[in-house]
Design a protein around this ligand. Structure first.
Ligand code: NDP
Length: 238
């Protein structure tokens, strides 16, 4: 039984990860930012421990990891999933747009990982799984700040894998394609159809399909895999 911490576990891909780990008997805690109702539902359904915190703030991230570690008795598996998205022309991006995107999607992963890996290093055992995006690999028009943050996660994944490998910790990234979550609820039918058309498997993905890859990377079956970015995108970014 692993002790698993998932950021952004109240909805979407994060909630699917909470369900997947809880279903196999792991002890799970998750962070969320503000949606108390959704967090309560996932916690009640799975028995997971929910912590409200804005992980773009280093003090809140530290406090939240501490609470999760206390509730679980340490963290063996960290899933850096929390994220936001925004579609905007590059020339319209404000300083706040840019900083806000990087603060949640990249800085947040840094703050949480820095806290959570201390215990893993001490125990010489652990898994870190970052939820990236295919846009971090191939770039997305009108999502330059999002793509830059996700490309940063690739770099964090590869370099941290090298640094923490000798401590018995693997670090990998799951680069999702277009997945059916509230993040994409604003897409109109034409855009959704175009995205499905551009995907070799001819459809959008589900949160459960991403969670299955995360669970694999956390499992014993993935014990010799580190520093990798695994596309779960229906072949979109080949
Ligand atoms: P959702 O919008 O459905 O859920 C986002 C989750 O992150 C929520 O639990 C939210 O909490 C939490 N969150 C957001 N900001 C913060 C913050 N500052 N501090 C703490 N928690 C925060 O997103 P998805 O499930 O679609 O996406 C999850 C991850 O997958 C993201 O990193 C995203 O970039 C990535 N991804 C998604 C794709 C997609 O097509 N959906 C494609 C590729 C990657 P709350 O409920 O309180 O708001």
């Amino acid at each position: 039984m692993d002790h698993v911490l998932i950021t952004g576990g109240s909805r979407g891909i994060g909630a699917a990860c909470v369900r997947a780990f809880a279903a196999q008997g792991d002890r799970v805690a998750f962070l969320y930012r503000r949606n108390d109702e959704a967090a309560r539902r996932v916690a009640a359904e799975t028995g997971a421990f929910a912590v409200r915190a804005d992980l773009s703030n280093p003090l809140e991230a530290k406090r939240a990891v501490g609470e999760a570690e206390a509730a679980l008795g340490g963290v063996d598996v960290l899933v850096n999933n929390a994220g936001i998205s925004q579609i905007k022309l590059f020339t319209d991006l404000t300083d706040d747009d840019w900083r806000g995107m990087l603060a949640t999607n990249l800085d947040g992963a840094f703050y949480v990982t820095r806290e959570a890996v201390r215990g893993m290093i001490a125990r010489h055992r652990g898994r870190v799984i970052n939820i990236g995006s295919m846009w971090g690999k191939v770039g997305a028009s009108c999502e330059v700040h999002y793509s830059a943050a996700k490309a940063g996660l690739r770099g964090l994944t590869m370099s941290l894998a090298k640094e923490l490998g000798p401590s018995g910790i693997t670090v990998n990234c799951v680069e999702a394609g277009v997945i059916e979550t509230e993040m994409n609820a604003g897409l109109d039918a034409k855009t959704r159809a175009e995205l499905a058309d551009a995907t070799p498997l001819c459809r959008l993905g589900t949160p459960e399909e991403v969670a299955a890859a995360v669970r694999f990377l956390a499992s014993d079956a993935a014990s010799f895999i580190t520093g990798q970015c695994l596309g779960v995108d229906g072949g979109y970014a080949i």
